[in-house]
Write a protein that binds this ligand. Structure first.
Ligand code: HEM
Length: 479
C-alpha cells in the first residue's frame, strides 16, 4: 500500500506487514513545514491499525513483531538523508547505513553518523579524540560553561559538585517524598472514563515538578520553566543554525539566570536543603561561581525534563502497542516492568544522538574523520544494532539484554540523572497500569514517537475504559 507523500516530497511505502519504507529520493526543499501524517514504520498493527481510527483492531503481538522485525536494509544514497526523513522514522535509514559501513558522512547535514554500537561506545569513551568542547556546540553556545560542554578536570569538577542529589540514597528519598505523591495526585485528576492525553495530564507535569523539586526551584515557576524549556529545545536542535532560534535560546537562558540568581543567596546555609541549588550554593572553599552553578542548573533542567517526559511516553506507547506483552507485565509488574522500561528505552530512545567534535584527524572503521568534524553518535541506531541485539526491531519486554541500550549515553558524560529517571519512569508506569487496568491507545499511529534529535509522541491519547481505582475507592459508578 502506498501512503501519501509528505509535503517535502518524501515518498514512503507501507508494505503488507505495515513496515514503512522509503521509496524515493529526498527533495531539495529543506524549509520546515508541518510533519506529514505518515504512520511510523513499526506502528502497531500494520494495516489493521492504520485502517482503524480507534485502534480497536490492533494486531496481535505476533503480527506486530513480524512487522517490527522485518526492517530490511535498503539501497540508500547518503546524500538523500534529511532531517525530515529521520524525524518520521530513522530506523530503515540506520539499518541501511549499518549494513553498508560503520560510519557515514551525511552531506546534507554536514556531519558523520556513527551507527554501530561498538563504534558509538568507542567514540563516547575516547574523550581525547572526540570532545564535547567546540565553538560549534549548540549546548555550549546556549548554556555556557557546564558539564556537557567541558572535559577533563573542569568536567570532573562540575559533575562531582552536582552528584549529591543524584546518588542512590538521595534518589530513593526523592522518589518517596516528592515523586510518588505527585504521581498519585496527577492520576487522581484523570477523568473517570473516556480518554485523556498522557503527555499533557501526566508526563509533562510530572517531569517538570520533579525537576523543580530536584533543583530547588519553587513550583510557582513551573510555567516559566516550560516556556524556557521550549526555547532551549529549539536552540539545541538548531542544526540549521537559524539566528532567530539561537537568539531566543540565549534570551531564555539569560532570563533563567536573572530569575534564579537571587534565589542562590536565600538557600538555607545549613545542611537541611537537599536540592541541587541548595547543595551547590552552600559556601565552601571550592564552591562553584554563581555563573557556573546556573549554567550547570541549566543543563540539569534541560537534561531532566523532556528526556524523562519522552521516556515515560515512549515506554507507555511501546507497552500499550503490544497488548499481549502488556498483559504479561500487568500480571507480574515487579518482575517484568523494569525490564519493559529498559526495552522501551532501547526500542524508542528519547535522546537519539550524542554530539562530539573530533579534536584531531582520526579513523573510525573505514572512515577518515578530520579535526573539527561533527561526529554524531546515533544512540537509536546503536540500540538496534543487529550485532548486539537479536531481531533488533522487535519489541520484547522480556529481552535479556535490554539494559545494554545506550539511551543514557556512555563514558564520562554518562547521564547524571540515570537512577532518578529509571526510578521515575518505573514508578509512573507502575501506578498508571495499576490505577487504569483497561488502558488502551486511542490511535496507535497518531501517537507513535517522532523526532530526529528528541524522539517522543506529540501527544499520547489513551482510552480509560472501565474504572480507575481512584474512582472505585470513591465508590462512584462508572460508565
Ligand atoms: C530517560 C531520561 C533521560 C535520558 C534518556 C537521558 C539521556 C542522557 C544522555 C544520552 C546523556 C549523554 C549526553 C552526551 O554524552 O552527549 C545525558 C547526560 C546528562 N543527563 Fe540525562 N537523560 C535522562 C534523564 C536525566 C535527568 C532526570 C537528569 C537530571 C535531573 C539528567 C541530567 C543529565 C546531565 C546533567 C547530563 C550531562 C552529564 C555529563 O556531561 O557528564 N538526565 N543524559
Amino acid at each position: 500500500m502506498c501512503l501519501p507523500a509528505s509535503r517535502h516530497g518524501v515518498q514512503f511505502i507501507q508494505d503488507a506487514a505495515g513496515v514503512l519504507r522509503y521509496s524515493a529520493p529526498m527533495p531539495d526543499d529543506l524549509s520546515p513545514g508541518p510533519v506529514p501524517e505518515i504512520p511510523h514504520h513499526s506502528a502497531p498493527g500494520g494495516e489493521t491499525a492504520a485502517g482503524s481510527r480507534s485502534g480497536e483492531g490492533v494486531a496481535s503481538d505476533e503480527q506486530r513483531n513480524a512487522a517490527d522485525s522485518s526492517t530490511e536494509p535498503f539501497a540508500l544514497d547518503s546524500s538523500d538523508i534529511t532531517f525530515e526523513a529521520l524525524d518520521l522514522d530513522p530506523y530503515p535509514v540506520f539499518a541501511a547505513l549499518q549494513a553498508r559501513e560503520s560510519v557515514s558522512w551525511i552531506p546534507r547535514l554536514g556531519m558523520w553518523f556513527v551507527t554501530h554500537r561498538r563504534d558509538v561506545l568507542a567514540v563516547l569513551r575516547d574523550t581525547t579524540t572526540y570532545s564535547t568542547v567546540s565553538d560549534h556546540s549548540l549546548i555550549g553556545d546556549t548554556f555556557g560553561s557546564q558539564m556537557l560542554s567541558s572535559e577533563s578536570a573542569l568536567h570532573r569538577r562540575y559533575k562531582s559538585h552536582c552528584n549529591g542529589p543524584f546518588n542512590a540514597t538521595a534518589v530513593r528519598r526523592q522518589l518517596e517524598v516528592a515523586i510518588a505523591p505527585h504521581i498519585e495526585s496527577l492520576l487522581a485528576r484523570f477523568p473517570r472514563s473516556g480518554s485523556c492525553d498522557l503527555k499533557r495530564m501526566f508526563a509533562t507535569p510530572l517531569s517538570v515538578v520533579t525537576i523543580c523539586s530536584t533543583l530547588g526551584v519553587p513550583a510557582e515557576l513551573s510555567g516559566r520553566i516550560i516556556a524556557w524549556y521550549q526555547e532551549f529545545r529549539a536552540a539545541l536542535s538548531n542544526f540549521r543554525r537559524d539566528p532567530v532560534v539561537r537568539e531566543r535560546g540565549h534570551a531564555a537562558a539569560a532570563d533563567f539566570r536573572r530569575t534564579l540568581r537571587p534565589l542562590l543567596a536565600t538557600f538555607d546555609l545549613d545542611d537541611s536543603d537537599k536540592s541541587l541549588l541548595g547543595h551547590l550554593a552552600r559556601p565552601h572553599a571550592d564552591r562553584l561561581s554563581d555563573e557556573e552553578i546556573l549554567s550547570n542548573a541549566l543543563i540539569v533542567l534541560f537534561g531532566g525534563i523532556e528526556t524523562t517526559e519522552s521516556a515515560i511516553l515512549n515506554c507507555a506507547w511501546s507497552l500499550l502497542a503490544h497488548p499481549a506483552q502488556l498483559a504479561q507485565v500487568r500480571d507480574e509488574p515487579a518482575l517484568l516492568l523494569p525490564n519493559a522500561v529498559d526495552e522501551g528505552m532501547r526500542w524508542e530512545s528519547a535522546v537519539q544522538s550524542c554530539t562530539r567534535f573530533a579534536t584531531t584527524d582520526a579513523v573510525i572503521g573505514s572512515a577518515r574523520v578530520r579535526a573539527g568534524d561533527t561526529v554524531q553518535c546515533m544512540l537509536g541506531a546503536a540500540n538496534r544494532d543487529p550485532a548486539h541485539f537479536d531481531e533488533p526491531h522487535r519489541y520484547d519486554a522480556r529481552r535479556a539484554n535490554a539494559a545494554d541500550h545506550l539511551s543514557f549515553g556512555s563514558g564520562v558524560h554518562f547521564c547524571l540523572g540515570t537512577a532518578m529517571a529509571r526510578g521515575e519512569i518505573t514508578l509512573a508506569l507502575t501506578h498508571l497500569l495499576k490505577d487504569f487496568p483497561e488502558l488502551t491507545l486511542a490511535d496507535p499511529i497518531a501517537s507513535a514517537p517522532r523526532g530526529f534529535e528528541f524522539r517522543a509522541p506529540a501527544s499520547l491519547v489513551v482510552k480509560l475504559r472501565g474504572a480507575s481505582i481512584h474512582s472505585r475507592h470513591r465508590g462512584e459508578h462508572l460508565a
